[in-house]
Design a protein around this ligand. Structure first.
Ligand SMILES: Nc1ncnc2c1ncn2[C@@H]1O[C@H](COP(=O)(O)OP(=O)(O)OP(=O)(O)O)[C@@H](O)[C@H]1O
Length: 703
């Protein structure tokens, strides 16, 4: 209280302290980014490798609820509209006469973060409270938009921003509108991007141009009160497998500060309906095919940054048509929660409803597809009639339904089939057997494929953990190749990877709040908790220890389901006997708790008689399709990675995993052996190609 009073003693003082409080927030942030990036992002990186580095700054010191926000506003006699994702209040950064009845300041209901659309002033809930207090104290009816001190950019950052802005202007001014191209050339470019059905009029309307030197389409980002050019996205196309086209994109400014809803500049204040797509080309297709306003998400289906929500508040109906695959479908269900379920309808991907661009090329009626979109808010009781399309979707897309495949662990794909959202994986193994090291590689593999990942490492600190992951990423001992550090660190920084800063014993509520917050901000798909024992300390230990553990498992289970987020829990076994293998029962206190887990993985240490000390991974539970099994792991100390042993060298043996189908396990083992040769070859090729890509020294980076 007294601190607050001091803060509000004068505007001058307030400016200084608010500035400091921003830093305080950064210091205490529970989800910091690894390091600020100052590297221009390669034109060839896929969008799902990018992460929103900027938003890690604003972790609230104490979680805020919409009720708290409303109560505070009422206490200050501030009128507000209760919007879908935000509360709308009259902006305090424009004078009372100009603002009239316009409610242009948006407060995020989940985080309290605010944005004034008229002045683009933004800040945390604490910042807004400070501003309101100062206004009241000084009896002012508005504040200068400059009252909030920004987060000062370093000289390097300023230079980088200026360089980017210069580059934006240069590329834009040397790009050509399609109407300036010869017919033949325009057709050729359209054929290359597979957009022959998109008319020149549509391209012109959206201001799409061609940048000839890299044969890229240029999508402009117009924004701010003066609708000036704020950035661009460059899209290049490459034909693979004859007909298939792979797109690569790059943004300026770099992806972490690229917050453009492409198409927004064409939306009028009166529009109440919008179709949200996962790519700029899809937005062109929707606009041309339906005549409806349409916007594209800057990072496609990988995330919907909350910073964009105020721009979507005006729409009473939002149709999410994010693509033609299961990943888009899952993303649309998650994003609709952020946008407010009531107003969202979803286009279910399928044979007759591909992504908008494909639908346009196939001559489908896009308006009809949008009209047939289904409400996102589902009822608690449904009939099979409502479910049949979902069931059909699962049947025709079995591979995608099975989840993201590991690239480094083909044997795990064979047993578990993939990594799926909303599941709970429990992982155990003897003390010091390499649990953290193994899970680190397992999670890294997924993260490298665009699975947004959050680590809760309570036992080892984040620097050590990041060092392990970076070594696994580079697949080599970086201590001996320090000149390559920047090369690998720059690439590692691009991963959608976040760390909680908790260390040691933690209160489970604080951890869950942080996880929830991260899911909202970064669309986290995978949380790893290492390990559960660090959440036990503060619970009431007068009750049975294992009952507490089971309770905590139940809490994480609920979180995984409700947040559609995969949770991997590392747990120490309850007892270890030297000559006995660990089993499912070695972890859980009760049968109920083992029931909660979808997957149970055990790192077995001493099971292969021929090679003591060798680890193997055993899957003892797999709710998805019931397959269980075991496969050996080879540990490469220099890279801290695990890989399948060389064919024929080590004999696989069956363990008492109580497989439902013994024949199946034997079959699995045969397949595993077949895979070994392939894996070895793949590892060698991967290492060779990485070595080829990696520069001999850091000077190359500067070049
Ligand atoms: N398969 C392996 N063979 C030999 N050493 C390994 C293996 N896997 C990991 N290690 C090493 O063993 C040490 C402990 O590994 P790690 O911290 O991953 O184990 P843990 O099971 O998580 O430990 P704890 O039980 O304390 O949580 C590390 O130095 C790691 O590099």
């Amino acid at each position: 209280q007294s601190f607050l009073h001091q803060r509000h003693a004068s505007s001058q003082c307030y400016r200084f302290l608010t500035h400091r409080s921003v830093h305080k927030l950064q210091e205490t942030s529970c989800i910091p980014r690894l390091r600020s990036t100052d590297v221009f992002q390669s034109h060839n990186l896929l969008r799902n490798y990018k992460k929103d580095a900027k938003s890690t700054v604003e972790f609230p010191l104490s979680p805020i609820t919409v009720t708290d926000i409303k109560q505070y506003l009422r206490s200050k006699d501030i009128l507000f509209h209760d919007g879908y994702s935000c509360l709308h209040i009259p902006s305090i950064f424009i004078d009372a006469f100009t603002r009239k009845d316009s409610f242009s300041l948006f407060i995020d209901k989940t985080t309290g973060q605010f944005l004034c659309k008229d002045t683009l002033v933004e800040g945390s809930w604490e910042d807004l409270q400070d501003c309101l207090e100062v206004m009241q104290k000084d009896e002012q009816d508005s504040l200068s938009p400059h009252v909030l001190l920004g987060y000062p950019e370093s000289l390097e950052e300023q230079e980088e921003t200026e360089r980017e802005q210069r580059e934006v202007r240069e590329i834009w001014s040397s790009s050509l509108p399609f109407t300036d191209l010869h017919d033949e050339e325009a057709q050729l470019v359209k054929a290359m991007f597979r957009i022959t059905k998109i008319s020149n009029a549509t391209l012109k309307k959206f201001g799409v141009r061609l940048f000839k030197p890299t044969k890229s389409l240029v999508f402009p980002w117009f924004g701010g009160p003066d609708s000036s050019l704020k950035g661009i996205k460059l899209l290049s196309a490459q034909r693979t497998d004859g007909e298939k086209v792979t797109y690569h994109e790059a943004t300026l400014p770099k992806c972490s500060s690229y917050f453009n809803l492409f198409g927004l500049a064409l939306v009028s204040r009166m529009d109440s309906e919008v179709v949200v797509t996962g790519s700029e080309l899809d937005t062109l297709a929707v606009s041309q095919g339906t005549g409806l306003p349409s916007v594209a998400l800057p990072r496609g289906v990988s995330c919907l940054p909350p910073a964009l929500l105020p721009y979507l508040e005006q729409f009473k109906r939002v149709t999410l048509w994010l693509g033609g695959d299961i990943r888009s479908w899952e993303a649309s269900k998650l994003f609709s929660r952020k946008l407010g379920l009531r107003r969202c309808t979803l286009v279910r991907p399928g044979e007759f409803q591909p992504c908008p661009l494909e639908a346009l090329s196939q001559g489908k009626n896009l308006s009809r597809i949008v009209k047939a979109s289904i409400p996102a808010a589902h009822k608690s009781i449904v009939s099979f009639k409502q479910l049949r399309e979902d069931v059909y979707g699962e049947l025709v897309n079995t591979d995608q339904v099975a989840g993201v495949k590991w690239t480094r662990f083909p044997e795990l794909n064979r047993i578990l089939k993939g990594h799926r959202k909303g599941e709970l994986t429990v992982f155990t193994g003897p003390t010091g057997s390499g649990k953290t090291t193994f899970i680190s590689e397992l999670a890294l593999d997924l993260c490298m494929q665009g699975v947004n990942t959050l680590w809760g490492s309570f036992e080892i600190n984040n620097v050590r953990l990041a060092k392990i992951m970076l070594t696994q990423f580079a697949m080599q001992r970086l201590e001996e190749n320090l000149e390559q550090y920047d090369f690998w660190a720059d690439r590692f920084e691009e991963l959608p990877l976040y760390f909680m800063t908790f260390h040691g014993q933690q209160n489970i509520k604080a951890v869950l709040d942080t996880m929830q917050h991260a899911v909202y901000l970064y669309d986290i798909n995978h949380v790893i908790i290492d390990n559960l024992q660090f959440m036990m300390g503060q619970e009431n230990l007068s009750v049975d220890k294992f009952a507490v553990q089971d309770h905590i498992i139940g809490v994480f289970r609920k979180f995984a389901t409700n947040s559609s987020c995969h949770v991997t829990l590392i747990i120490h076994p309850r007892k270890e006997e030297d000559d006995r293998e660990l089993q499912t029962a070695s972890i859980f206190g009760s049968a109920k708790a083992s029931q909660e887990a979808d997957n149970v993985l055990i790192l077995q240490e001493k099971k292969l008689v021929t090679c003591p000390g060798r680890r193997s991974l055993q899957v003892t539970k797999n709710r998805f399709d019931g397959d269980v099994g075991i496969f050996p792991l080879d540990f490469i100390k220099s890279s801290l990675t695990f890989s399948t042993p060389i064919k024929g060298k080590h004999k696989l043996r069956k363990v008492a995993a109580k497989p439902e189908n013994e024949e199946e396990v034997q079959g699995n083992e045969v397949t595993a052996k077949k895979d070994e040769g392939k894996k070895e070859k793949a590892t060698k090729t991967a290492k060779a190609s990485q070595a080829a890509k990696c520069p001999a020294n850091r000077n190359n980076k500067a070049k």
